[in-house]
Each structure stands twice: as structure tokens, then as C-alpha cells.
Design a binder for this molecule. Structure first.
Ligand code: FEO
Length: 171
């Protein structure tokens, strides 16, 4: 059983994951308009990952016998100065999400909700990977010229990213 306070926080996180998906979709669109199809693909896979994160919260709330509360999704930034600006924003956003997840873990402790705390462990680990990936790509984008050959090479590499649906958090 989830407390009212925990349920509200989980619903808010569902919304934040949907917002994350929307933000990466906006970045994908910005890359498409620059003819950077590989970057666009990378951000669209990121969009798919965020939708999968949102669905984990959606499923968990239902499996705990509650109803989801679907709140309005904020409009994301749609214009970006460069791919570098996008990866700076990506890393900052993932660091922000890590803070949100840690806040949920703290709340689950306060509410003595061991089941939710256990459910959240998948996200704690996932955020390590999210920050690591975003930080790594940010460093690579920093090292290439904005319109140079190296950027196009990275663009080709990022075209290979494929979405792998995560395993269910609760079997
Ligand atoms: Fe759902 Fe990128 O964290």
C-alpha cells in the first residue's frame, strides 16, 4: 500500500519522465532540422527510454491498486544554439532527474514504504548510466568542431543507437 503523499510524488515523477521524453523529442526535431540525422536518432532513442521510464511508474502505480493522475506536460525548450548546447542541457537535466529520484527514495524511507523503495532502486542505477552517457557524449561533442568532419563522423556513429526496452521492474 502506498501513502497519499507517496502516490502524489510517484504521479509527479511519471509527469517528469513524460516531460523528459518531450524534451528529447524537441532536441531530436532540432537535430533533424539541421540535417544531423544521427544526432536526431540518438535523441529519439532517448525519448523512447524516457517513455519506458514513465511507463514503469504508470505500471507500478496501477499494480499497487491506485489510479494514475495524468497532469499537463510542460512545453520543453525547442530551439538550441548547437548540438553542444543540447548535450549540456541533457547532462544538466539528467542530474536534475537524479535529484528527483533520490528525493523519492528519501520520501519512501520517511513513509516506511519498503516496496516503493525497492521499486526505485532500478531508477537509482539507471540514473548513474544516464549521467555517464550524457557526460561522455558532452565531452565528445566539445572536442569536435561544430561543422567539421569530426561532428559528421559522430553523427554517423549516433545513427546506430537502437532502443532496447528495459526489463519490467516488478515481475
Ligand atoms: Fe528518466 Fe533520463 O531519466
Amino acid at each position: 500500500m502506498i501513502s497519499g503523499k507517496m502516490l502524489e510524488a510517484l504521479n509527479e515523477q511519471l509527469n517528469k519522465e513524460m516531460y523528459s521524453a518531450y524534451l528529447y523529442m524537441a532536441m531530436s526535431a532540432a537535430c533533424t532540422s539541421r540535417e544531423l540525422k544521427g544526432f536526431a536518432n540518438w535523441f529519439m532513442v532517448q525519448y523512447q527510454e524516457e517513455m519506458a521510464h514513465a511507463m514503469k511508474f504508470y505500471d507500478y502505480i496501477h499494480r499497487q491498486g491506485n489510479r494514475v493522475n495524468l497532469m499537463a506536460i510542460d512545453q520543453p525548450q525547442i530551439d538550441f544554439e548547437s548540438p553542444l548546447a543540447m548535450f549540456e542541457k541533457t547532462l544538466a537535466h539528467e542530474q536534475f532527474v537524479t535529484g528527483l529520484i533520490h528525493g523519492l527514495v528519501d520520501l519512501s524511507s520517511e513513509e516506511n514504504d519498503k516496496t516503493t523503495k525497492d521499486f526505485l532502486q532500478w531508477f537509482v542505477k539507471e540514473q548513474i548510466e544516464e549521467e555517464e552517457t550524457a557526460g561522455g557524449l558532452l565531452e565528445r561533442v566539445k572536442s569536435v568542431d561544430d561543422s567539421g568532419e569530426a561532428l559528421l563522423k559522430l553523427n554517423t556513429e549516433l545513427a546506430d543507437r537502437v532502443f532496447h526496452p528495459p526489463k519490467p521492474t516488478v515481475d
